[in-house]
Design a protein around this ligand. Structure first.
Ligand SMILES: NC(=O)c1ccc[n+]([C@@H]2O[C@H](COP(=O)([O-])OP(=O)(O)OC[C@H]3O[C@@H](n4cnc5c(N)ncnc54)[C@H](OP(=O)(O)O)[C@@H]3O)[C@@H](O)[C@H]2O)c1
Length: 217
């Protein structure tokens, strides 16, 4: 399975402002690129925090939907399963929802949507998430998660390519960033190779591929 992420970041690498309300950093061009990336994916994955901010289906725009290979999965990863199941999300028949959570969070709950529960200790491991997703025939996964989950995907070396839109604003303060978690040491920082950099208007569209340990740099 190929795993690609897409994130709009401020000049200081933030993905939201300090209020953490739903905010879209990018322009119409950024939205159009996001739509094309979604059209090329079999599944779009977000974390619970991102979903709570925007509990809607993640679909390409109407003009890009012809490129979809089938009904895409919309995957939400949550420890708590404390997520709103809105009519906008549940009523969107163009996507197949899937929640990945702890088995304990599903216990005794009549959950309206397809869900898988991790029965092991602690957090859901990224390898387990990818297993659940691959079992459903997904070959191209688009990660639109925030910095909590994206850090875990990077730490698990599960990201093949990253798309970043560098947006012309500075946020500062304690806002979430591209990759949060506990962070990497210098020796362990994940490295990327630039595939393309396209300035358009005041934004720069960056496309990187991950350099895996042991691969020629
Ligand atoms: N600018 C952009 O392109 C962009 C993209 C995505 C998000 N955002 C913004 O970023 C903010 C969210 O950032 P974030 O880092 O908090 O979001 P996130 O990574 O998308 O979501 C974090 C949540 O994911 C769940 N989670 C994470 N790791 C897990 C694991 N191993 N097992 C089970 N569940 C796990 C938990 O959900 P529960 O709390 O439900 O247990 C956790 O609170 C929001 O404000 C959002 O709007 C911006």
């Amino acid at each position: 399975m190929k795993v690609v992420s897409n994130t709009a970041i401020s000049l200081d690498g933030r993905i939201n402002t300090r209020e953490r309300r739903f905010a879209f950093f990018g322009s119409k061009r950024d939205h159009a690129r996001m739509s094309r990336l979604r059209a090329g994916a079999d599944a779009v994955l977000v974390g619970g925090a991102t979903f709570r901010n925007w509990p809607h289906a993640s679909l390409p725009d109407a003009e890009d939907r012809g490129h979809l290979r089938g009904r895409p999965w919309n995957i939400v990863v949550s420890r708590t399963l404390d997520v709103p199941l809105t009519p906008e999300f549940l009523g969107e028949s163009a996507v197949r929802p899937l929640f990945l959570t702890r088995a304990a969070s599903l216990d005794g709950k009549a959950f309206a949507v397809e869900a898988e529960g991790w029965a092991g200790e602690g957090d859901l491991p990224v390898a387990w998430m990818l297993e659940q997703i691959a079992r459903r025939g997904v070959e191209r996964l688009l990660v639109e998660a925030g910095g909590d989950l994206l850090f875990q995907f990077l730490a698990a070396d599960a990201i093949d390519e990253m798309h970043l839109t560098l947006c012309p604003l500075v946020v500062g303060g304690p806002a979430p960033s591209l990759a949060d978690g506990r962070g990497f040491d210098l020796a362990d920082a994940r490295r990327m190779r630039l595939l393309s950099a396209e300035p358009e208007g005041d934004e720069v569209f960056l496309h990187y591929e991950a350099i895996r340990k042991g691969s020629p740099s």
